[in-house]
Design a protein around this ligand. Sequence first.
Ligand SMILES: [Cu+2]
Length: 525
Amino acid sequence: MAVYFNKVVDCGKDAPRSPSADRAGQAARHMILDRRHFLRIGGAVALGSSAPLLTRAGAMPPDHPHPHPPSSGRADYTIRIATGLVELAPEVTISTKLYNGQFPGPLLRLQEGKRVVVDIHNDTDTPEQLHWHGQFLPADVDGASEEGTPLIAPHGRRRIAFIPRPSGLRFYHTHVIAGADLSAGLYNGQAGPVYIEPRREPGAYDREVFLTLKEFAPVWSRTERAMDFLAPTAIVPALREQAQAALRAAVAKGRPDAYQPAYNYFSINGRMLGFGEPVRVKEGERVLFHVLNASATEPRSLALPGHVFKVVALDGNAVPNPAEVPVLWLGAAERISAIVEMQHPGIWVLGETVDEDRRRGMGIVVEYAGATGERVWTKPPDFRWDYRHFAASPPAVAPPDEVIEIVLAADPAGDDGFDRFTINSVSFSMAKMEPMFHLRLGQRYRLQMRNATDDIHPMHLHRHSFELARIAGEKTAGVIKDVAMLGGYQEMAIDFTADQPGLSLFHCHMQMHMDFGLMALFAAS
Ligand SMILES: [Cu+2]
């Protein structure tokens, strides 16, 4: 396993510094929350969800065998991992690891149920691991060393074959540990969208647009951004007390605030706002946006002035209630598919609502045919992101066969200045790689997650989808995901059927959280 613990603050050897980074950094500090302000919590009112049930996301598919890849002949797809250049803007070209020399990696359009053969070449000097995020694949293909997928050796090749499923927006990305090394793992440009064509395409739209959101040129900082965009807002006082006790202990030991990644450049589809091709639309068109947050660590939001998003799928899975919202929020690795009716001619910025990040590139221009003038950004209305907007009504979920209690906690700055994370008091050990939970195949499990930290953790379960069952004490049903944001000091319950034999990794998708312990293995037999 490639483990790179430099024990130094690394600005990323390939990361050019923006001449305006310091100025921008000063501005950014107006909207970041110092870790010591841990007593502050959000107090807004939860948004209700009362829209009618339209459709119901599908049940878990049956297990079926995956073929061995043919040893000769051509692969359907070839992916080469190598360091290359990405021109984010005419004056900003970065060096990073890429798939096929481009960012994002090539869009792979696969057919649900139709076998594909993929050759993965590692043209770098370090071992690699390519994860097929959101698919139901065998453990030796899924792309996680913790599950037993073989590493792709430096300058080596691995051929795999698999049957893509389930349909919808998935993605592929590197799954190596970065630790303190900002030139490794998801801090690189190793991510690309996968669209698995369903056997029957739902949704009425005229055009599809894929948007991959990504920051580049990371640095270690000691500031943390405000994380107050989720609803419902109810917290569990005991979880807050546990987190604050840990923080008081860290302060008593004289520890400074923990390192947090910050970024110099922000992009959509590998271009900073204003430097890429606009999304060209016509009045009356219904455009289906497939949005992927390929960030190593950051939640992202998007708004399009004068327009609303009708969310039709979360993490590629059709939602029971395709509700309209003014703003999209995506945790790291989350995906949203949303239809926008183009009924407000002009030249608009489809952009990040966090001003500083949008100014530094996180946006793309939407241009109506025949429109002229300057591009326009206006601040969207205040809005909290609530998965329950898109849920089934009433929120009825069948009881699981078994409930597994999971408590996430942190030892602030406890690992050479980095937060050290635990699941049920255990920090995942790459040396031992022991399963924490043993599951029986075919059983329905509920993960009752409790977050004794102030961070929002985008929790991801490999090789399965899960259904959101409770969020901050509120019942919900019908939203099927593979990553879900668990709010600070909050609880969330997710249900899944253990239908994948072998090891499945469960972890926070923020690179520095998973690298510093926030992972666990499920073993099903
Ligand atoms: Cu996390």
